[in-house]
Design a protein around this ligand. Sequence first.
Ligand code: NAP
Ligand code: MG
Length: 496
Amino acid sequence: MSQDNTSDVQAVEAFFTRVTGSFLNGAFVNEGKTREVLDPSNGQCLTTVLEGDKALAEQAVAQTKKSFDDRRWCDLSPAVRERILLRFADLVEQHAEELAQIETLNQGKSIHISRAVDTGFSVDFIRYMAGWTTKLEGNTRNVSIGMPEGAKFNAYTLRQPVGVVAAIVPWNFPMMIALWKVVPALAAGCSVVLKPASETPLSVLRLAELAVEAGVPAGVFNVILGSGSVVGTCLSEHPDVHKVTFTGSTAIGKQIGHAAVDRMAEFSLELGGKNPMLVLEDADLDKAVNGALMSGLLNQGQVCAAASRFYVHRSLHDEFCRRLCEAVDGMQAGPGIDPQVHITPLVSRRQQESVLGFVERAREQGANVHVGGSVPKEGYFVSPTIISGASHSMEVAREEIFGPVLTVIPFDDVEDGLAMVNDSDMGLAASLWTDSLSNAMRLTPRIEAGTVWVNTHVTLDPCLPFGGFKLSGIGKEFGPEAINAYTELKSVCIAY
Ligand code: NAP
Ligand code: MG
């Protein structure tokens, strides 16, 4: 390992020994059904956790509700809450290496990503959101109410915490996506119950401990473990949950949205993407190829905003494919904890089989699988896969694969390229590659996606709203839009 992190390795081992199950009211729960948490690089058990059931989910909601009703968090002054969240950021920073190793061992990803993104970006994100705590505001309105005659009015808006928030998150960035929800909710004064994905429960449990250490009162941020079908359903249908915030598949997102509307609860859904790169004739090919590799293979493609379909002008198409193949040729596979490897495992056997199935069907349908689509090593690995000769109508160009599979399709006329970009059920993100400012200005408004990057891809910032169009979801994360989404806006009108 590149740095001396013996103490972090010991901290990780100590945590794996200490952790038992769900984290409710500031302590780990000691009962439930045992589940092995696996290391995806070899399928071996890292530790076991005790999963909750419907009864424990009910209890988790009740404790979260109690912490909101007794106002132990939302009644602290904004400045005090800000200071506690900043202390939380400091603790995440101090424990960054320990958290990064937990994430890599459990999720499989490269330790470089865990350090730079899962912990590095997360610390910046917590600090950014902490700052909003003291900046939430309503405003006064000049009303012209004419009765009763002679009455005067003072009217204003109040931003108040929405209440009890349930956050349900996936396994690709377990800790970071949890923080994208938990921190703005806490900054707004809400209490939160979080359900991680069953495959990746560990890092968020450590985060919950650190939040209490930072001064978030016990019971304000709870973590409930258990299956999506039982615990997830209970949270999304629970009458005491005022807002459900979800990241994951479109199918489950729809169910959660329906359940929320049934009781008129708030909801936000960050669902998948089938994100295109549109590479114009005048693009800088070096930059476009690098961008494709960076964004398409980040976390082995298990990124909702990853680029996975590449519409490349015919004059560049063959060279683009050749360079992608050349870049992935000879990449070493191994566990993410080894800083030398490039190919790290997918999260689970299930995801590995799902991704390999997409490649197999593309082959059967006549697409040209240049490289990859194989298992380079024991464990849940899939080698980076470059496909050309697929039509835009094939599954591999339309469905979210969530794996290291890049499909390249040529176009001649820019309008045809744009039409294929927009001909998708999803619209999370897209990127345009061009050296022409006028092309960039002309085309960005016409691309149907919540984020459009030009000459870059998957570059996020806590201040820039992130969320999809079409089946990619409803609502925005990041920026003031995110924190406002954890508030209710109340109008007050005082006659005097
Ligand atoms: P998923 O089923 O949508 O899981 C996401 C989260 O929802 C997990 O915590 C899951 O819990 C929970 N969940 C499952 N069923 C639920 C229900 N009925 N009610 C409430 N919560 C429920 O996603 P997945 O099965 O892990 O992955 C399937 C595909 O979704 C991937 O291949 C990928 O295409 C897409 N995906 C997208 C994102 C993204 O960032 N937008 C992230 C992950 C996956 P359990 O873990 O206990 O099932
Ligand atoms: Mg699932």
